[in-house]
Design a protein around this ligand. Sequence first.
Ligand code: G6P
Length: 610
Amino acid sequence: MCGIIGILGEKSVAPLLVEGLKRLEYRGYDSAGIATLANGHIQRCRAEGKLINLEKKLRSAPLEGTTGIGHTRWATHGRPTENNAHPHATDRVAVVHNGIIENYASLKEELEGLQCRFETETDTEVIAHLVTHCLRQGMGPQEAAHAALNRLEGAFSVALVFAGEHDLLIGARQGTPLAVGYGDGEMYVASDSYALAPLTSRISFLEDGDRVTVRRAGVTVYGRDGSEQKRPVRITAQSGATTGKGEYRHFMLKEIHEQPAVIGDTLNSLINPATGAVSVSPEALAALEKAPRLTLVACGTAFYACMVAKYWFETLARMPCEIDIASEFRYREAPMPAGGVALFVSQSGETLDTLEALRYCKKNGQKVMSIVNTIESTIERESDIVLHTLAGPEIGVASTKAFTTQLVTLLCLALALAARRGGAAERPGQNIVDSLRHLPAQLSGLLKEIEPQIQDIARDIFESVHMLYIGRGLLYPVALEGALKLKEISYIHAEGYAAGELKHGPIALIDEHMPLVVLAPENDPLFEKTASNLQENVARGARVLLITDKKGEARLKGFARWIVRMNDVHPALAPLIYTIPVQLLAYYVAVTKGTDVDQPRNLAKAVTVE
Ligand code: G6P
C-alpha cells in the first residue's frame, strides 16, 4: 500500500528518495513519483508501474535539489496512471499521501468554486489545492498546512514540501503510520523505519493526530490539540542491509525455503533448550489464565493462523476462543467480557482494520496482546504484551514464512497455557513440544522431497480455471490458506472448504476440469471422514490431488490423480507441514503461468486503508 518518504538532505536528494522507495516497494504499489525543490521551484517526476520506469525517466531528466518527497502509490481513488501518481502539486506545494480523504468530494466541489483546476482523479489533489488556497490567503506554510489538514476526514498520513522553502517538510499522521528520522545535518520522514534504515537508526514514531514540522536543525511535533509534544527518539533495530533474493528466482520461493530456519529461530525463543519447556511471556500467561475468553482478530493469512489457533486453544488449553476478521469485528460492537484477553496477529503490524479492532478492545477493557513480525510497528507499540515472530523481513506479497512462524508462536502459547492449567492436556502437550523441536529438520527434508514433484503437478494443472481445497479440523484453515495463496499469485479462482461442507453446495461444481486438493493425514482423528468426502467427489468425476502421509497414501492411492506424500508428524502439528505443499503449489502454478509472483496485481503487503 502507499509508501511515503521525505528528505531534507545535504546532497542531491533524488537518488536517496528512489532508494527509500525501493525499500517501500514490498508494500505493493502500481505507480511512483518524486518531487524536489530546485532553485526553490517544485519539480516532479512520476511513472506508471514499477520503480524501474521512474528510474528510467529520471536518468533522461534528472531532478536536482536537496529537499524532496517520494511516493509509491497503491491506487484507491483514480486509476493507476502516471497522471494520478503522487506527488500532487501546485506551483506552491507538493504532497504525498497514504490513506483515504473521505470528504474529498465536498472539498473538491468547494475548491472548484474557488477556481481551482483539478488535473487528476485522486482524493489527494484536494490537499495540494487546499494548502495553496490557504497560502494565497496569506498564511505561512505551517499555518496553511495545519488549516488544510484540519479539514480532512479519514485515515491518512502526508508529507508536504513548499516552493521556496528548502528547509521545511511538514508531515502529519492521522490513522496511518509516519516516522521521523534524525540524521547528521539531514532529516527524514517515512511510512516505516525499514525505509529509513540505510539513512539513520534514530527514529521517532508519530502518534495519531500529530503534525510535525521538520527542519534540518530539528523537529517540532504538535499533538491533536495543537500543543507541542515530545515524541521519544529510539534507536531502531531495523537493518539497513538490502534484503536480496539470494540464489532464488523470487522472494516468495526464498521465503518458503527460509521456513525451517525461521521456524527454528522462533521456536528457540519460545522453548527452553535445556529443559524442553515452553517458555512464553509470564505476563501473557498470567493474563490468559484468568481470562474468561480469548478473542483473536486478524486479516488475510494472519486470520487463518487465528483459525488454526482456535482449535489449539480450545482442545489443548480448554480456553474459550472467539475469532474474527478485523474488518468485520471492528464495526459490530461486540460485547467484551471483563478480564478478557484480545490477541491480534499481524505480519506488518500496520494493518489498519486490525489496529482499529485492537483500539476497540483496549477501549472495552481487554488486555491487548499481539503477535507481530515487524518490530516497532504500530500494533506492537499499542499492545500491552507483544510476542515476536522471528521470520525476518517478508518481501513477497503472498505471506509464507510469517504464517508458519505465527502458527508456531500461537501453538507454543496454547501449550504453555495448557501446561499452566495442568490436567489432561499436560501430557499430550509435552509430546507436541518434543515433536515441535524436530520440526525445522523435518521441514528441510520435506522441502527437498516434494518440491520437484509439485513442479510437475503444477505443469498439469496450471491451465485450470477453478480449484477447490478441502480439509477438516486443523487442516480446514490450511485449505483456506492454500486457496488464498493460489488466487493471490496465479489469479486462478480457488476456494477452500471444510470437507464436510462440500456437499452443501460446492459439490455441484465438481467435474473433471476442476482439480480438488484434499489435505488428509491418516493419523488425523478425522481422516475417515475426509476420506469419505474424497470418495464422494471422485464418484462425481473429481481429479484429486491428495496430500497425505504414508498410510493415507496406501489407503487412498486408487482414488487420487496425484499424491504428495508427507512426513509423519503429531496430528497437532499437521498445519505446520501441510502448509508447505500448498505454498509450493501456488508458487509453481504462478511461475508456470508467468505471473508477477512477488508483486501480484492489485495486492498490497501492508494494508493501511480499510
Ligand atoms: C495483506 C497481505 C496478506 C496479509 C494481510 C494481513 O492482504 O497481502 O499477505 O495476510 O494483508 O496483513 P498483516 O500484515 O496484518 O499480517
